[in-house]
Design a protein around this ligand. Sequence first.
Ligand code: 5GP
Length: 172
Amino acid sequence: MRKEILFSREMIAKRVQEVARRISADYTGRELIVIGILKGSFIFMADLIRAMNIPCRVDFARAASYGAGQESAGRVIMTKDIETSIKGKDILVVEDIVDTGTTLSYLVEWLKERSPQSLKVCAFLDKRKRRKVAFEADYVCFTIEDGFVVGYGLDFNEQARFLPEVYVLEKQ
Ligand code: 5GP
């Protein structure tokens, strides 16, 4: 796996702090439930909630849209449901990447059927130019062009999640 560094630990930590500060300001005095989308968001979510200065509860869902390669399967299957009732609650969905937009637009509708009071999305990375389905995240740490990225929770065939930096894979 040949790869080049894209974001260092320092760049990530600084940007996550900034976004966490904005979220904290937006939700001051409210009861926030943060829903992480497995598996890619787990490291980002852990850093994000620790950088926020408001309390929150956490839960997780799992959406499978990518197979074992780099291309989206174009359809979404929820393979793990949340275990918390979100009716009437303020919800922040934390996702690793918005790419074609397929996963998040499906997921948001899926959660909205349960009538939360509000629902916003925070994504670590936004690949705006690859959208096939219109979708805007409310909070984004970094916007990137094309390229397949790994590290900081993001994998390629289950490899490289543990890396503290973000790398872009070199085209073969
Ligand atoms: P979308 O449904 O927006 O096309 O795809 C979203 C999902 O595809 C992300 O949550 C992520 O799991 C996966 N994905 C998209 N681009 C990348 C990438 O560059 N690297 C990795 N590791 N996963 C990606």
